[in-house]
Design a protein around this ligand. Structure first.
Ligand SMILES: C[S@@+](CC[C@H](N)C(=O)[O-])C[C@H]1O[C@@H](n2cnc3c(N)ncnc32)[C@H](O)[C@@H]1O
Length: 283
């Protein structure tokens, strides 16, 4: 029997899969339905998957204009605030939602933290391990409320993990309530409003009580962009989505040195500001 180390709760996975299956088998349809809130995705996990093919198609063409070849400079600038003195002796469990093949996964891993990326595309995961010369072991874990299984791709030490699934329906005893730190670059700001509502539900399930959260979004004149994604995320919108459970501090908003990466994507040499928020639990 295998067990999984952090960032998840240490759990015997085989036992957990059996629990999930037998719990569901023991319930009448009515009692399962009773647990569902009418406002959650659980009524229709397939509905939540409807945009994934757009991303998977981009990956199949390796059309990944958003990818930055270095660690993100904003992460480097605010890493101390996010990790607050945590290091190898007291590692943080760090989540990168919609991680792509971001080098930032490796940044946290190298610093001794326990890393969980969530990503839907095969190619992103293949490229990440391959380009970084990391060995990959793949296991299967229960990942949704209904007990659906997802692949978990991990380094042999199990400290760097990418779960291959729709982030918006992630609901697992392995991860819920365990995430100390979130680094979101290119996740919340690149999905539809419908998906953003699911993102908030998911993230609230996953966060540990004393979480720290760095959220990077873009601000620009959308009428000048040739591409519907990413979308500009003004401050009032960030506050309306996160304000009910987060204390929100705006750290900076500026045009980055790598602005041409966005401009190429949007087909226009306009100003694109990266705006960064630091969030902690609302007391
Ligand atoms: C704009 S990219 C950003 C990637 C990464 N955060 C970065 O900064 O390089 C968004 C990524 O999220 C993935 N993705 C989109 N929707 C997803 C979802 N609902 N669940 C999991 N992955 C998703 C896409 O395949 C893509 O790799």
């Amino acid at each position: 029997m295998s067990s999984l180390t952090l960032p998840f709760k240490t759990t015997d996975l085989n036992q957990l899969s059996r629990d999930v299956v037998s719990n569901n088998n023991n319930k009448s349809n009515d009692s399962i339905a009773d647990e569902r809130s009418p406002t959650t995705y659980h009524d229709d996990e397939e509905e939540a998957d409807k945009y994934l093919n757009i991303w998977k198609n981009l990956w199949s063409k390796r059309d990944t204009a958003w990818h930055l070849d270095s660690f993100h400079p904003i992460l480097l600038r605010y890493q101390d605030k996010l990790l607050e003195g945590r290091s190898t002796d007291n590692p943080a469990r760090v989540l990168l939602p919609l991680c792509g093949k971001s080098n930032d996964l490796k940044f946290f891993y190298q610093e001794g933290h326990h890393v969980l990326g969530v990503e839907c595309a095969d190619e992103a995961i293949y490229d990440f391990f391959n380009l970084n010369g990391l060995n990959k072991e793949t296991s299967k874990v229960p990942a949704t409320k209904s007990g659906k299984i997802a692949k978990l791709h991990s380094t042999p030490d199990r400290k760097l993990n990418i779960m291959q699934k729709n982030f918006l329906t992630l609901d697992s005893k392995l991860v819920n309530g365990t995430i100390d730190c979130v680094w979101d670059r290119g996740a919340f700001g690149t999905i539809t409003e419908e998906e953003q509502n699911l993102y908030i539900q998911t993230i609230r399930r996953l966060l540990a009580p004393n979480f720290k959260y760095l959220l990077l979004v873009l601000e620009f004149d959308q009428s000048k962009s040739c591409d519907p994604v990413p979308m500009p995320q003004p401050e009032h919108k960030v506050r309306s989505y996160f304000g009910s459970f987060c204390h929100i501090e705006k750290l900076e908003s500026r045009v980055p040195n790598h602005v041409n990466l966005y401009q190429r994507h949007m087909g226009n040499p306009m100003d694109v500001r990266e705006t960064v928020y630091f969030m902690t639990p609302k007391k």
